[in-house]
Design a protein around this ligand. Sequence first.
Ligand code: FAD
Length: 502
Amino acid sequence: MYRERRIARVTILGGGTAGWMTAAALSRSFGDSISITLLESEEIGTVGVGEATIPTIHWFNELIGLNEADFLRATKATFKLGIEFVDWTAPGQRYFHPFGQYGAALPGVAFHHRWLKARADGLDLPLSALSLATRLAVEGRFAKPQGDTRSILSTLGYAYHFDAALYAAYLRKLSEARGVRRIEGKLRDVERHADSGFVTALTTERGERLAADLFIDCSGFRALLIDGAMAEPFEDWSHWLPCDRAVAVPSARTAATTPYTRSTARAAGWQWRIPLQHRTGNGYVYASAQIGDDEAAATLLANLDGEALAAPRFLRFVAGMRRRPWRGNVVAIGLSSGFLEPLESTSIHLIQSGIAKLLTLFPERDCDPALADRFNQLFARDMDGIKDFLILHYHATPGRQDALWRHCQTMSLPPTLQARIAQYRRTGRLMLDSEELFREASWLAVLDGQGIAAEGYNPLADTLDPATNRAQVQQFAQVVARAAPTLPLHDEALAALLEPAA
Ligand code: FAD
């Protein structure tokens, strides 16, 4: 009886990163107790960018049982220790947003308050000196984190850069080996139940009928089920995040690969540089109100560090989200649910976070609306938090004069972000909720990196002996500086993992 209520068939519409990540995760988690079909159209194709990730990717890779060396080889991946931001606060200025943490976890007073107090007591030491990931990035080195908290390596975090098209192909192979049925073709119609409004089947242009109990909309910006069939509106955030276009081009690899993404501010947006084993990914994310496509492409091509390997490709988007990505028996995952530009490489994270929520809240055939409500609340919380973090980057740019930046410097901020900046300025506190994606180190890196200085610190830090506190903070920076040169160069670390074991 209970089993009859179980979902037996799932259909996924779309075979981009979102579609194949979902297929890989569901097939791994449910085995053959659920039959999974994926419909995609080679003619329509995928967005196919999306090459930089954040450390939460490890959770997903473990979930699907991925072997790291296989994955690195198959997707031409490199390691990522964070993002270097160039020219954001003002031309000529740069800072690093590292994965991992600043300082050590000492009892009582958080390390960054110890640092703020040491600075107030006269210690001239930049925040960056307290991050091993930052130091390794500067030196082009890489090491993986280690669990032992007595080791400086425990302060590291890492993610990957990879070729998105190869990643989707890799996940497809895994998924098909686990029984996922792939249908090539274009969607023609969506059938819905007259009373419940639930989707009952998709039909293809060739006439196949794909019936299921649950439908996952991974159709990208087209959002064919969540928007097309379920008419869930899109909340537009472009007044806060005005960039709405990107032009992307791969270029030849010229030197050693850097273990980080670079993001360089430009007149009408910013340019990414993502090193892979076989090429470098580049793109200019820009506001079409400020610059034309031709000028954006010319700017990008003039700022490559190797020969362009293809013609520039243009993409259009709008920042924003759907408040109810789960409606009835349709769950939108990926670009169909919303989009935040790639400044902090969060889209693939949002896909896996959608998958994690779906697994936790996996419904029965009736698709209990309480489960959908919960999913939608958690999704909105993720999106709102990331949105605030991105807006901070655009807003705290006092030395940039172009129209885009002027607009962002003076625009009214979401109240949550405004309050956070004010609190940090006054007391050095970051005021994070326990579930927020970007943690203390990330906010600290960007606030401090973009010139927002904390005037105070937690009064608890005044209970520390000033000289001892200064010495401890300084000592940590010395440990970082001594450890970095003992660790391998990034390409060596990568090669060691890629080589088959002797
Ligand atoms: P898509 O890739 O668009 O896939 C949609 C699928 O639906 C395709 O298979 C298509 O064939 C299918 N489809 C559509 N219509 C039909 C139809 N009628 N019939 C049948 N099939 C259909 N993310 C990151 O994490 N890091 C990054 O560095 C990053 N950089 C980005 C840079 C840019 C400029 C952009 C725009 C995005 C970036 N992203 C990044 C986001 C990332 O690219 C996407 O999150 C990811 O590719 C997922 O896309 P998707 O699978 O939702 O959609």
